[in-house]
Design a protein around this ligand. Structure first.
Ligand code: LLP
Length: 417
């Protein structure tokens, strides 16, 4: 599928807006999101899966900017949240509570109380202890928490060990045997209503096979629950659909995904939920950075830019590959690393690669930065977090201001003594 970040007359544009113009106006490092890309990806998935009328809960953790959430909410998307803060954001951005599901292994009492008050669609329950806590808190306020047990089907999603979640050794969900017990307990608890089952295998997943394997494993239990429990009507198959991070890599086509999983879903007769994050937001965003210095060493060249691991941690954390292209097209190449100003050797955006031959003051765009980019940014080395821009056609708007040094000090005090 076509990118929304393309060259026109040698100038990289975000939709119809020259990236260099945005960098000059708003400074760098700068995240830029294409609204049209977000919408296209959402629709492509909804369309591929339309025979089961999927409930698409956008995984807020992948990109929680209010403008991004609102764009998707306007298309009909719900939200998959994993904290009280994400629930708050989703509500502020206009996602109706009845389209919000709440996952995560460590929901606090305060978070559960807040979600019960909002009356969200359901909690994805990750342990028996959590089941009891939700029931107690709901009973205390005279309500019931709707729940789906997160089943860990022990399937290998064939991804980085830090982003695999559906294997037996991962902390997420409960194994199939425990899940059976958890459902039995849930049915006896006065403060919960059993409405479904949830699974999420990890990400990014590049073939439909882990999903079909997992579905085959959970189907018998779903069929049984549907028979025994009148309120059991949802199966949420999680997120994790892969995108291309490399020019030559084929993304997971939503139509191939759909034709593999739909046969395993149709006859179940359950409402189908999905929680894509990266698939929708990943290639909707770029991180624009300016070259500060070019430094030669005996073994390679270091391109030192103004974005760092605090802005985009994926290369440092997962050795993730992001394509990096010049904002003004050039064919000249050099071999080296692109590194940031942070005082860590792990602070790189690209390592040991053929790179565009840029010079001090030139701009570079880090691609596929729309998911798990800004949301994982930190203030390490007392660096303010980048600004975020949304574009659509020839319109561009600042959707989050760059953090100032004063922002960094907010809330801190020095004791009198
Ligand atoms: N649902 C649940 C329960 C999840 O835990 C996740 C991601 C998703 C949905 C969305 O997955 P997606 O469709 O975006 O792949 N920081 C890592 C990814 C961590 C994903 C955590 N859970 C990265 O940068 O690759």
């Amino acid at each position: 599928m076509q990118s929304h970040f393309k060259y026109y007359h040698g100038q990289l544009c975000a939709e119809d807006v020259p990236v260099a113009k945005l960098a000059d106006e708003f400074g760098t490092p700068l995240y830029i999101y294409s609204r049209s890309h977000l919408i296209r990806q959402y629709r492509a998935l909804a369309d591929a899966m339309k025979s089961v009328k999927p409930h698409i809960y956008f995984a807020i953790k992948s990109n929680s900017n209010l403008a991004v959430i609102r764009t998707l909410a306007d298309q009909g998307a719900g939200a998959d949240v994993v904290s009280g803060g994400e629930l708050y954001r989703a509500r502020k951005a206009g996602v109706p509570a009845e389209k919000i599901v709440f996952a995560g292994v460590g929901k606090s009492v305060a978070e559960i109380d807040y979600a019960l008050k909002e009356d969200i669609k359901f909690f994805t329950v990750e342990s028996e202890a959590e089941l009891h806590r939700i029931s107690e808190r709901a009973e205390a306020v005279g309500t019931k928490g709707r729940i789906a047990i997160r089943v860990n089907p022990d399937v290998d999603p064939k991804t980085h060990k830090y982003t695999s979640t559906g294997k037996a050794e991962n902390k997420f969900g409960v194994d199939l045997t425990r899940a059976e017990r958890a459902y039995e307990q849930a049915l006896r608890l006065a403060g919960v209503e059993v409405v479904g089952m949830h699974m999420h295998l990890g990400s990014p997943i590049m073939t439909p096979t882990p999903y079909t394997e997992a579905l085959q494993k959970v189907r018998p239990m779903c069929e049984q629950l549907k028979k025994d429990v009148p309120t059991f009507r949802h199966l949420d198959i999680g997120g994790g659909l892969g995108i291309s991070y490399k020019a030559e890599q084929d993304p997971l086509d939503p139509r191939d995904f759909a034709s593999a999983v739909l046969p395993l879903l149709h006859d179940l007769g359950l409402e189908v939920g999905m929680e894509p994050g990266r698939f929708i937001a990943g290639n909707a965003g770029i991180l624009v950075t300016r070259v500060e210095y070019v430094k030669d060493s005996p073994s390679k060249t270091f391109i030192i830019v103004d974005a760092a691991m605090n802005d985009l941690i994926r290369p440092a954390l997962y050795e993730a590959h992001h394509e990096i292209i010049p904002v003004v097209q050039t064919i000249e190449r050099l071999f080296g690393d692109i590194v940031g100003p942070v005082c860590e050797s792990g602070d790189f955006l690209a390592a040991e690669r053929e790179l565009p031959a840029v010079e001090e003051g030139d701009l570079l765009a880090v691609l596929s930065a729309g998911a798990y980019g800004f949301v994982m940014a930190s203030n390490y080395n007392s660096r303010g977090r980048a600004a975020e821009i949304m574009v659509e056609g020839d319109r561009a708007e600042l959707v989050r201001a760059r953090e100032t040094w004063d922002d960094l000090l907010r809330g801190e005090t020095i004791p009198e003594w």
